[in-house]
Design a protein around this ligand. Sequence first.
Ligand SMILES: C[S@@+](CC[C@H](N)C(=O)[O-])C[C@H]1O[C@@H](n2cnc3c(N)ncnc32)[C@H](O)[C@@H]1O
Length: 218
Amino acid sequence: MTRRILDLCSGQGGAARGYADAGFEVVGWDIDPQPRYPYEFHQGDALAVLHDRAYVETFDAIHMSWPCQGFKKGTLWRDSPDLITPGRELALTYDMPWVIENVMEAPLDRARSIVLCGEMFGLRTIRHRRFEPSPGLTLVAPQHTRHKHRTAHSRRREMWDRGYHASFTGDIGTYAGPEGMGIDWMTGNGLSEAIPPAYTWFVGMQLVNVLTTQSIAA
Ligand SMILES: C[S@@+](CC[C@H](N)C(=O)[O-])C[C@H]1O[C@@H](n2cnc3c(N)ncnc32)[C@H](O)[C@@H]1O
């Protein structure tokens, strides 16, 4: 049985690819056009989408990657509003599992969220990201061990070629996408906004497990 996941604030589809790899049919929404998004895509405001109850209830689960620029050190100047809080309030009105992904500094529930790291999946980046599950959903994370490699913050191409990790900030060159993020279809700006598909494959497999258990019990 194919499950459907609503991918809000989809960007160019890093999160989407992981859910697709876990077996979900993915439908993405973003405020900007995203011609590189690899699945069904619609342009629009994700908060407005969450107000459309009949539409949202055609899905089995929701993923939300609200913009992080208002929370992240170094991008605070962008004056981005907090969409996590109103987004969570709307998501709480749905009787389906959901996940909010964001940067470490974001106002997510620290006691209930898990942190994923690129090294957990053999990627050449650290890129810590937090995932807050809906109430009733518990996520597990692999053990977070001491980082094995250093990250290049200058002379990035040269240092990358010497075996350093990339941080994927700014307009990183796409040369680092496949090994660093598991992504080969994005622009540099898309990469700088994305999460590695391995993260959402890992979370998506746990969602599939929960949804399957629920349908067997019903
Ligand atoms: C961190 S990026 C998402 C990255 C994506 N999850 C990935 O892994 O590739 C956040 C996205 O939110 C979009 N966005 C910002 N405000 C939005 C809104 N109100 N509704 C929908 N999308 C929005 C931005 O255009 C941006 O693409």
